[in-house]
Design a protein around this ligand. Structure first.
Ligand code: SF4
Ligand code: SF4
Length: 63
């Protein structure tokens, strides 16, 4: 199981969306103004979203 956490206090949401752009599995999506998780089971734990996030707002971990 994978657990993805987005800290919406730190996240710039749709104004940034860099994690959405880089996610190869399209797990992270834009939902209105915020970043949402579509299907956590598709996550490959590549951690690219964590690497690209300028604010350290997204965390992906094995649960
Ligand atoms: S770890 Fe990789 S596959 Fe999972 S949400 Fe982040 S970018 Fe997408
Ligand atoms: S890269 Fe970080 S700040 Fe930007 S939308 Fe994703 S989680 Fe939010």
């Amino acid at each position: 199981m994978v657990k993805i956490t987005i800290d919406h206090e730190k996240c710039e949401g749709a104004n940034c969306a860099e994690c959405v752009d880089v996610c190869p599995m399209e797990v992270l999506i834009i939902d209105g103004e915020i970043i949402a998780i579509s299907d956590v089971d598709e996550c490959s734990l590549c951690e690219v979203c964590m690497d690209v996030c300028p604010n350290g707002a997204v965390t992906v971990e094995e649960d």
